[in-house]
Ligand binder design. Structure first.
Ligand code: URA
Length: 254
């Protein structure tokens, strides 16, 4: 279903109207912990299988890896315990020569099944956020996650799991060379900025990672439960767009 730009803005919360297009599907619980508004995790039958405790394994050198090599390493990764219950690792999706890189938390149930990030309800909102900016997944946009494997029950990934996965994300960023990075939620902020402050304290100002401007905003799953925050997320996206445009025209004010 294609929406007009006005409808996109409505979806982004620029109008008070909010209508879900599809029947509500339980969202991954992880990102909802942002700003202490956690909902209980969605029950996951696979959680009943006691995971074997696995010490983080050093991952093979990814520094010089090209895309096929990186994809192979991620698909075969056993660097942390998340590999034990995944259906598949989810590397990322999109344009390999992007302006924009969006980084979320980790795959949920649908992403684990399909092998693509943000394909559930949060993904629909993310797609509408992109459309409101006149961009789309796959066209100058790449989407990745802080961890590549689904945390059981869609819990927030542990710091050790994010640390184990970080080299893959770092290599993705080095290969993609995006012009702006948008961090969706606390896990992405933790991984890229090594900062655990609240999102409300971090949003509204650009940061930098490896010389690339970085903008912090709320995770779409959080926005689905906290509709008034969507206007703030829209402001954050506009800041990211300004930062991006400023690279082509440095005289533009932020
Ligand atoms: N939430 C995320 O953070 N990433 C996904 O891929 C899906 C939901």
């Amino acid at each position: 279903m294609s929406l007009s730009r006005e409808q996109m803005l409505v979806e982004m919360g620029i109008s008070p109207l909010w209508v879900l297009r599809d029947k509500a599907v339980a969202e991954p619980a992880g990102p909802d912990v942002e700003e202490n508004t956690a909902a209980p995790p969605v029950a996951d039958v696979r959680q009943t299988v006691a995971p074997t405790i696995q010490a983080p394994m050093p991952i093979a050198a990814v520094d010089g890896a090209n895309w096929p090599e990186l994809a192979r390493q991620v698909a075969e990764c056993k660097a942390c315990g998340l590999c034990q219950q995944r259906k598949q690792a989810v590397l990322g999706v999109g344009d390999l020569n992007p302006d924009w890189l969006f980084i979320g938390e980790g795959p949920g149930a649908e992403e684990d099944l399909k092998g693509e990030p943000f394909v559930g309800q949060a993904g629909k909102l993310l797609d509408n956020m992109l459309a409101a900016l006149d961009i789309a997944r796959g066209n100058k946009v790449y989407i990745a996650n802080a961890v590549k494997c689904r945390p059981p029950g869609n819990r927030t990934p542990e710091a050790s799991e994010m640390a184990a996965c970080r080299p893959y994300l770092e290599r993705q960023i080095a290969l993609l060379k995006p012009k702006v990075i948008v961090l969706l939620g606390k896990a992405a902020v933790h991984t890229i900025l090594h900062d655990d402050k609240s999102l409300s304290a971090l949003r509204g100002q650009p940061f930098e990672y490896a010389g690339i401007p970085v903008v912090v905003t709320y995770h779409p799953a959080y926005l689905l439960r906290n509709l008034p925050e969507k206007a703030k997320a829209w402001e954050d996206l506009l800041l990211a767009r300004k930062v991006l445009r400023q690279q082509a025209a440095p005289e533009l004010p932020l």
